[in-house]
Design a binder for this molecule. Sequence first.
Ligand SMILES: Cc1ncc(C[n+]2csc(CCOP(=O)(O)OP(=O)(O)O)c2C)c(N)n1
Ligand SMILES: [Mg+2]
Length: 329
Amino acid sequence: MAARKTTKKPNVSAEELTTFYREMLLIRRFEEKAGQLYGMGLIGGFCHLYIGQEAVVVGLEAAAEEGDKRITSYRDHGHMLACGMEPGGVMAELTGREGGLSKGKGGSMHMFSKEKNFYGGHGIVAAQVPLGAGLAFADKYKGNGRVTFAYFGDGAANQGQVYETFNMAALWDLPVVFVIENNQYAMGTSQARSTSTKDIYHRGEAFGIPGEIVNGMDVLAVKEAGEKAVAHCRAGKGPYILEIKTYRYRGHSMSDPAKYRTREEVQKVREQSDPIEHVRELLLSGKHASEDDLKAIDKEIKEIVNQAAEFSKESPEPSLDELWTDIYA
Ligand SMILES: Cc1ncc(C[n+]2csc(CCOP(=O)(O)OP(=O)(O)O)c2C)c(N)n1
Ligand SMILES: [Mg+2]
């Protein structure tokens, strides 16, 4: 686990730091609320929380431009919030209600937004990787200069289809950033038990795809690496791999007893590397914000999340007529 301390002085404005703080906090509070609603029986099925990994998606979104695309796994709520999808629509989808982004018919793992270029939300491990390359292929074909971020986990990185995709993406110089969110665990297996090497991005070398390791607990480091990767893709040089070392604080999903690691391990990361605490410290030590300013932001975010939760409870169940809409048959 990379420590959160940055050695160099951050080259970032107060405004941008505050935005990072706000965006990461929104994801954290949203996920905590989702956890509560799940505990109350208001969310059914699977629910994979993103707590601890917030700096990954917030940093990369800061490197993205209008029209760039993103696609990810089932651990997707943070990605949706970070690209600007409505918290109420996401939460109402979790509770399976009409106001949800998939009209309450998709749930936690299946949401999309054409407007925000968010292509899901995929429950099959690694399935989003070839789909992401397909999105990049379309953009290359159209010559529109867009880049796709294809996110996947350390566990997913052991799937064969990832390497078939690497081959084609490199062969055709596709503008895709492969983002390995290495949170050190798959469903119930640590990376050490399942993966032959400590670092995964090296596997790109076999296909001629460059890549690097990034400290995923430092949003500034993520943004910087993201900009480099995006510039590489936009210059027509083909794919790039970012292996972002991060950590998930909660279980794999809400039903995971997490017996494969100790509470102390989780506590240590929370205390020493928390990505939100990192930005909070930068804001305070740089005198960009006072404790009161941050309290006001906390209050504002809490209000947004409470409203999303209210909406997700009040929105009605989908009508039976909806059973036959949005299907191929
Ligand atoms: C093809 C396939 N195999 C197995 C599963 C069950 N499964 C769901 S998530 C997961 C682990 C994936 O771990 P990782 O890629 O590290 O992502 P993380 O959950 O850590 O974000 C597994 C094995 C699945 N959904 N799809
Ligand atoms: Mg993982």
